[in-house]
Write a new protein. Sequence first.
Length: 229
Amino acid sequence: MRNIVVLTGAGISRESGLHTFRDGDGVWSRHDIAEVCTPAAFRRDPLLVNGFYNDRRAEVMRAAPNAAHHALARLERAARDGQWAGDILVVTQNIDDLHERAGSRDVVHMHGEVRRVRCISCGATPGWDDDCLPHTPCPRCGAASLRPDIVWFGEMPLHMERIQAALAACDLFVTIGTSGTVYPAAGFVAQVCAHADTLDINLRPPAEPGLFDRSMVGPASRTVPCWVA
Ligand code: BV8
């Protein structure tokens, strides 16, 4: 029986046409985190921050899952159908819904989801595919207090209790397409390496090779199906 936790980052969606953050053409090469990805930024200029996420939402809706997303969904389906004695949980740092559109049913979005908004007044988190603006009313309470349903820097990531329980119980931890820069996600591998096998799948070797038992180097759309096979 294998209990697998997979942590995905922006690299798994790169071949679907979505930019990563810290590669040469990454999101943070064109936008300043302090201007678009903190609570202070939203308080200072909600129109700019909403515009940043409206653009990201439109890109996500134009994108399609790639072979890496589909391979993980196949593995989850095989576990669910009992074809494989194991369990797999996908924890993603990504705000896109490409895992779900590839067929994954149980995805933990620790940094939120760009196709949702969150009402600061009543807490509703409705699905959202249009532009969201500062005066857009909440569909549940009517207040003009919607924000992107995203975890910004300085905010607590979501679903941490469930993630910690899965990390404690896993015997295989796989990272796919992440630079291992952002905490607490970047600290997960150090947490599990004493009790679980660890594998990194990335375009380049891991920054901290001592934490990984194995690494597979190559584009996710090729390496992840090889690993799942
Ligand atoms: C928090 C929002 C506490 C959504 C994001 C400890 C030490 C140092 C700093 C900290 C620390 N603890 C906390 C911090 C502060 C901070 C942090 O980690 N800063 C970093 C920069 C040092 N962390 C936080 O603020 C977090 N909050 O800790 O709260 C708290 C406690 C109590 C109460 C309140 C609060 C919140 C972090 C979440 C921030 N939000 N995004 C959005 O706009 O998207 S993070 C941002 O980076 C992205 O969302 C992304 O998810 C995340 C990680 O990036 P990656 O996914 O790894 O992408 P990246 O571009 O970096 O790398 C891509 C990789 O893919 C590369 O390796 C590349 O080689 C590879 N690749 C490319 N193409 C392919 C490929 N691989 C395979 N195939 C390919 N084709």
